[in-house]
Design a binder for this molecule. Structure first.
Ligand code: ZN
Length: 791
């Protein structure tokens, strides 16, 4: 790519420089006169000594080699034999596309002009003004001037597109897909347009641009990105259909709603520096659940919020209990450090704290405070403190004090609750999986219920004694709005067990989450966890069952050979599947369908006769209920070995739908034969499937006890090419921490040696985090195998 950039500079600093990296600089001129320059590639700076301090125009001519090996920055998003040239620039890749001042606070007006082969589609942040022939089969596309915006939100894409448009409230919402995929973009289109109108109302600020594109990219390294006016997304988020299984449809739709929330919060008003990245992400996360819940009340979004953002996977409560955690408001000294703050602490914990603050000031004061903040800082930048001030003014409450306590300290509290006669004693200390010696207190908003009476208060001190009668009930963290883990004494656990059937869905899930965290920390015995797993089986609740299935999947991945684990899981999947029904019932809630998907998939993996039953359904795969497809693929793989491998590989390489492939990969990662697992893992690196598919198999196979070691050997061999593919972006480290702590559970020392030799500058903290997760899993495995011996 050849490029030319003209930067109008007012009040240039001395010495003057632009950020630039991975570019070949041909010439630089200042106010029309060629000038000398120094391209300091090591520091990614283009130093231009001749820029006067007043107003001047700096022009740079350069070229850029677009690599075939990466899917980040300016890259080729490949499909079939074609590709879309696209950008993905957060946090600091804009400098690899054009020389600029690549920091969020340096907002600028962009005038974009692109010359390319005639007949291709070109999408930018702003609407196209005109297209002019440029001779020799080329055309120039000229875009409207943008409002002031940050460089990381800049976007363009060039390729063959099919567009679908929906105009709502005078704004064009447009999906752009590769040819043949437009019909799969309706869910994304409709929910994005609905969310756009919903946010206009909520924020009380009109959408600031004239159009909003949703660009579905066949290869995309992360989920989606909120480029202003041109959201980019992986296809499995943007191309979900009405008949996609609910879990994936929900994830895709919500991710659109998340990116649309950013069009104001993040794009119109942007953080001053990356230390407030969390504010962008927590807010968009909170809003995406709030808005989706409003648009689809039957989707039970707050349950999904708890499970996906707070409890499971890399949920906030897991990462925040590691010694490597960081405050939500992290110190970010440079952009390399910013890369490591794209985690569930920035997204999930931050969203929990915002939800807690919303609960504290009230929904309307929260909304009005946000609206004031957006109006005041439109087209500009702001900090977290600006938002607290705004919420404080609207509510008249000391918001800053509460916010600061939760945002500037890493970790969260463990609250011990015990009953002594007619007193309840509460004590708090920081919760850690390993090395729980830290001290300190949080102001914890507690909602507690004893004997049918509810009370709310803030636990400010290390401990408190409350006079209450709690002869039949003691429950903390009602409604699961508090970000803490509760450890009851034996008597209180007995009360909790007898009251368990009456708890709300969120409270039941909260209890299971806490017990699982405490089990990992070695603070409760497996038999207590097992006792409550049995209660979940006896009192089936869709959300709680999904959560426990995910927990058991991890526990089985690391210690399926432990008799305790076999005891805990015994009969769990079949009895619950019987309860929820093996096939869909008319009028059932979407969450029930997803629960069936969870249970059937686990049962197909662990129970031979059920696997055979599901393998038979595989013959009619295309017409199966979408929630049963994963189980059918797993059952088919488990019972048909090499024959299934050939058919599933063929399906996945031919499938045009990433959403479909996501499901088929569950089958490809279910084999017991290492050779077949190996073949499945290689698919993503050979170019036979989209390179964004890489983590589907590895993530799922790492949870298959039979495949664990194969994944570990494969990971060692392919570590460097995976890292190259992601070009040092955060997605590589997210995948690493999702896979390695499971697959290397019996190779702890080796994994440590392996990663130590690869502690690249930007990877340090993520690698230490991954190793700590591995240590926790290895320790849990040991304890589960030695039946007890807890400290
Ligand atoms: Zn976001």
């Amino acid at each position: 790519m050849d490029g030319k950039v003209a930067v109008t500079v007012r009040g240039a600093t001395k010495p003057f420089s632009l950020d630039a990296s991975e570019l070949s600089i041909a010439s630089v001129s200042v106010n029309g006169r060629p000038t000398r320059f120094v391209f300091d590639e090591k520091h990614a700076k283009l130093r231009i000594p001749g820029v006067p301090t007043g107003q001047s125009v700096v022009e740079v001519e350069y070229s850029k080699q677009v690599s075939d090996d990466v899917i980040f920055g300016l890259y080729k998003s490949k499909y079939d034999k074609d590709y879309i040239l696209a950008t993905d620039l957060e946090p600091a890749e804009a400098r690899t596309v054009f020389p600029c001042v690549d920091e969020p606070a340096y907002k600028a007006v962009f005038k974009l002009q692109i010359t390319t082969d005639d007949g291709l589609g070109v999408i930018g942040n702003m609407p196209l003004v005109r297209r002019e022939g440029a001779g020799a089969g080329r055309a120039t596309y000229v875009f409207q001037e943008s409002p002031r915006m940050s460089t990381y939100l800049f976007f363009f894409a060039i390729g063959r597109f099919e567009e679908t448009k929906l105009t709502k409230g005078g704004i064009d919402v447009i999906t752009a897909t590769r040819p043949g995929q437009a019909e799969n973009s309706h869910v994304a289109l409709e929910i994005s347009a609905d969310a756009l109108l919903g946010y206009q109302n909520y924020y009380d600020v009109p959408y600031p641009l004239k159009k909003l594109h949703i660009v579905a990219l066949p290869e995309y390294h992360t989920g989606a990105m909120e480029n202003w006016g041109a959201i980019a997304s992986r296809e499995s988020y943007a191309l979900v259909r009405e008949d996609t299984n609910f879990r994936l449809k929900n994830r895709g739709a919500m991710s659109m709603v998340h990116e649309v929330a950013h069009q104001w919060f993040g794009d119109l008003v942007t953080m001053k520096w990356w230390d407030d990245l969390w504010l962008n992400e927590s807010f968009a996360t909170l809003m995406s659940y709030k808005m989706t819940q409003k648009l689809h009340p039957d989707w039970e979004m707050w349950g999904v919020f708890l499970k996906d953002e707070v409890f499971m996977r890399d949920g906030a409560m897991k990462l925040d209990a590691l010694s490597t955690t960081h405050p939500v408001q992290a110190r970010v000294r440079n952009v390399a450090e910013a890369t490591h703050t794209f985690d569930s602490i920035s997204y999930g914990k931050g969203a929990c704290v915002l939800r807690m603050l919303e609960g504290y000031v009230g929904e309307e004061a929260f909304r009005a405070g946000v609206s004031d903040y957006l109006k005041k800082f439109s087209f500009s930048n702001a900090t977290g403190k600006d938002l607290w001030d705004s919420l404080g003014r609207r509510s008249g409450l000391p918001v800053t004090r509460l916010a600061r306590a939760w945002l500037t300290r890493p970790g969260y509290p463990l609250v011990r609750a015990s009953i002594r006669g007619n007193k309840v004693e509460l004590t708090q200390r920081p919760f850690r999986f390993i090395g729980g010696r830290a001290s300190g207190t949080w102001p914890i908003p507690i909602r507690m219920r004893t004997d049918g009476k509810e009370r709310s208060f803030i636990l400010n001190r290390k401990s408190a004694r409350l006079s209450v009668t709690a002869s039949s009930e003691l429950f903390l963290n009602l409604g699961r709005t508090g970000f803490f883990v509760t450890l009851y004494d034996a008597g209180a656990y007995d009360l909790l067990a007898s009251n368990f059937p009456r708890l709300s869905s969120h409270d039941k899930a909260g209890v299971m989450n806490d017990l699982y965290l405490l089990l990992q920390a070695g603070l409760v015995m497996p038999d207590l966890y097992a006792r409550f797993v049995s209660l979940c089986r006896a009192n089936p609740d869709p959300l709680t069952v999904q959560l426990v299935v995910e927990q058991l999947r991890i526990v089985e991945a690391i210690a399926s050979d432990s008799p305790i684990v076999q005891g805990i899981t015994h009969n769990f999947y079949p009895s619950l599947l019987e309860h929820f029904g093996e096939s869909p019932q008319p009028g059932e809630q979407p969450m029930v369908g997803t629960t069936r998907e969870y249970l059937a998939s686990r049962l197909a993996q662990t129970d031979r006769s059920y696997a055979e039953k599901m393998a038979k359904l595989f013959d009619n795969y295309a017409n199966l209920d979408p929630n049963l497809k994963a189980a059918a693929a797993i059952g088919f793989a488990v019972t048909n070995g090499p024959r299934a491998a050939k058919i599933l590989q063929d399906m996945v390489t031919r499938s045009q739908s990433e959403v479909e492939r996501d499901v088929i990969y569950r089958g490809l990662s279910a084999f017991r034969d290492p050779k077949l697992i190996q073949e499945s893992l290689d698919l993503g690196l050979t170019g036979r499937v989209s390179r964004s598919d890489l983590h589907y198999v590895a993530g799922s196979a790492a949870r298959n006890p039979y495949a664990r070691d194969t994944v570990w050997q494969w990971m060692k061999r392919n570590y460097d090419s995976m890292r190259t593919l992601y070009a040092g972006s955060q997605q590589f480290y997210i995948d690493l921490s999702n896979i390695l702590p499971l697959c290397a559970v019996e190779h702890q020392a080796e994994a440590k040696r392996f990663l130590s030799g690869r502690r690249l500058r930007e990877g340090g903290s993520s690698m230490i985090r991954t190793l700590e997760m591995l240590r926790i899993n290895a320790r849990l495995r040991k304890r589960l195998l030695s039946s007890g011996n807890y400290d």
